[in-house]
Design a protein around this ligand. Sequence first.
Ligand SMILES: *Cc1c(COP(=O)(O)O)cnc(C)c1O
Length: 234
Amino acid sequence: MPVITAIAKKHNLLVLEDSAQAHGAQTNNKKAGNWGDASGFSFYPGKNLGALGDAGAITTNDPDLVEVLKALRNYGSHEKYKNIMLGVNSRLDEIQAAMLGVKLKHLDKEAQARKKIADAYMRSIRNSHISLPLPYETDVLTFTEHAWHLFVVRSAHRDKLQQHLAENGVQTLIHYPIPPHQQEAYKNYDFSSRSFPVTELIHNEILSLPISPVMTHEQAMKVIEVCNSFSVSG
Ligand SMILES: *Cc1c(COP(=O)(O)O)cnc(C)c1O
């Protein structure tokens, strides 16, 4: 984010953050959702802060944008029966808001539980066919806290690795198997026929290992053991 915001500033661009799975994450002492001109959070039930149904929020430090967004989520209306722009119905349901208010109090504690699992993986997964996520700190990032919504490793033998894990009782998922430019929805766009070799490579190599605040230490140890026993010949 420090690099992206510097580029944006130089070229007078807006930055819209996708913080959908970054609740509580921070770098250089600034949290996700506070870096860009506006940021979207998802409260989809499976997210680190999840409602009981669909929900989400936008954060921004721009008071004018707040007024526009408040109208947009409510049929383009600030004032009952008056519509000043074309909007949608995207209000946060009261029941979901109440639920999120309760769950928000547990977010930091649950983040710590996720971090424990991630730390164990970082410390103990050792296999030349598995690349772990980047370390926490680099020359640009001084203080970084990952939200660990997912723990994504990379492997040139991803499908074999996934099969090996499944055969040994470890379920994994791929987030996400199809890159955006190859989605059917974009087939009529100019970029859909282009080649994006880095994106395509990532989509062929990524695998999300199990991680959640309710996972036990023993379960994490089992994942580590099965990862470490993976070999390409066998
Ligand atoms: C979940 C997610 C979304 C979509 O969030 P919704 O609440 O389903 O709209 C978008 N981007 C990322 C990175 C996500 O993880």
